[in-house]
Design a protein around this ligand. Structure first.
Ligand code: SF4
Ligand code: SF4
Length: 431
């Protein structure tokens, strides 16, 4: 990954428009848009984005201008040949841009949509501002909502706090009521942190039984203590601890991660407990991103999420001023590809540098991963979390490795059983 930053942002020949001839290769990539930059209306302890305004020297309260918005939408649509283009609106808190901004989004999308092309939107929100007007808009324009919620009240309010340190649970639930009233589909996005990781069944049952979520995304909270100023892979070599050691876990004075980061072993236990519950009660009814993708990979299909894929680099991020970064988790000056006011989005997305970034996910794996029985389900997880050394001392191992290994040791035979069952069902249906 680090090596990619030394390469020029030179467009590959494939960045140019698809001619309709040849192999049928199409230009496809995904961009997460951050129209408010890091601005948010709450102050979660573990937020990895709030500090970006200082790091990127952003003007506070600016927000994406009309000119940048229209240019982004035009370039994003023009730069792709697939039948579907997905816009993801994130932050900070994107609803702070106001509904008028999102009416403009839809207007510009209609203006530039190509014949036969389907445009979809998703919005990741903390839910605080979601009311009847928002919900009606989201329903009318078929936005898929990702709602951040960390579990029942006491677990949610542990880190998801207002700026004055107050709880947010009730306000989020009011947003959920508005979404349900207007039948807006939503995904529950759970940041699995040091606290809620110890209550897997409480979290899972709250989501599926009380919240009524049928789509769940579990995101492990892993934050190096230097995350506000040091880009991933630019860590000092001599500060990298061995997996499982004191400094490779949260809570130690010299730990390399923040106190709220999930403990690697708790991550494994969390996955095992929720997976077991999912298999026994909700298989086929509730979709959990990490489990669905593990089933798909066991069936020999590609991973549905970047973190467990062999390569990455197809998901970029755009900041409020049009700056483009290699990934949402790599919004650091070192990983900036350019700005849409100076270069085209497709030429940055399909460039030598971005390709090297994506291949780096596989090519920088330590031997320990290459020899791991779970390599093809894990692929070293996200490179931003490769903070530790392997037991042999090699750098580049994922901080979460002990938990990931424990989970796949437990789940692999069950995954194989589910895959066999699904194959039989498909074969039966075809006969
Ligand atoms: S760096 Fe991590 S989050 Fe970004 S695309 Fe790669 S795997 Fe996904
Ligand atoms: S489980 Fe650990 S060793 Fe195996 S591929 Fe994943 S990170 Fe590497």
């Amino acid at each position: 990954m680090k090596q990619s930053t030394t390469l020029p942002v030179r467009a590959l020949p494939e960045a140019e428009a698809y001619s309709g001839k040849g192999t049928g290769w199409k230009r496809r990539f995904h961009v997460m848009a951050k129209p408010t930059g890091s601005r948010c209306n709450i102050d979660c302890s573990y937020c990895f984005y709030l500090h970006k305004s200082q790091l990127l020297k952003q003007e506070r309260n600016r927000g994406m201008s009309d000119e940048t918005l229209e240019r982004f939408i035009r370039q994003y649509i023009e730069g792709q040949d697939g039948e579907q283009v997905v816009f993801s609106w994130q932050g900070g808190e994107p609803t702070l841009m106001g509904l008028d901004f999102f009416h403009k989004v839809v207007r510009y999308q209609n203006k530039y949509q190509k014949p036969g092309q389907r445009i979809e939107n998703d919005l990741q929100t903390n839910g605080i501002l979601i009311n009847d007007r928002w919900a009606a808009f989201l329903k009318q324009h078929r936005f898929l909502v990702g709602l951040s919620i960390d579990g029942p009240r006491e677990l949610h309010d542990r880190y998801r706090l207002t700026r004055s340190g107050g709880p947010t649970f009730d306000r989020v639930m009011a947003g959920v009521d508005a979404l349900k009233k207007h039948q807006v589909p939503f995904n529950a996005l759970v940041t699995v942190n040091r606290t809620n990781a110890r209550f897997p069944l409480e979290v899972y049952r709250f989501l599926t039984q009380e919240l009524g979520a049928t789509y769940i995304q579990f995101n492990p909270c892993v934050e190096p203590v230097t995350f506000d100023h040091t880009a991933p892979q630019f860590w000092r070599d001599d500060s990298i601890p061995v997996t499982g050691s004191r400094r490779a876990r949260p809570g130690d004075l010299d730990s390399i991660v923040t106190d709220w980061s999930v403990d690697p072993e708790d991550w494994g236990k969390f996955l095992i407990a929720t997976f077991e519950e999912w298999v026994n009660h909700d298989l086929g009814r509730v979709q959990v991103n990490l489990f669905e993708t593990a089933v798909a990979q066991t069936l020999g299909m590609p991973s549905q999420i970047c973190t467990s894929a062999e390569f990455c680099g197809k998901g970029l991020a755009i900041e409020q001023n049009g700056d483009i970064f290699s990934c949402d988790h790599y919004v650091y000056p070192e990983y900036q590809l350019g700005n849409i006011h100076d270069n085209s989005l497709a030429r940055m997305a399909i460039s030598e540098r971005q390709q090297a970034f994506g291949f780096g996910k596989r090519d920088t794996l330590p031997q320990y991963c290459r020899q791991c029985p779970h390599l093809k389900l894990c692929w070293g997880e996200c490179p931003k979390n490769r903070l530790v050394r392997s037991p042999q001392g090699e750098t580049g191992l994922n901080y979460l490795c002990p938990g990931i290994r424990a989970f796949f040791d437990y789940a692999s035979p069950i995954l194989a059983g589910i895959a066999t069952l699904l194959k039989r069902q498909t074969t039966g249906e075809m006969q």
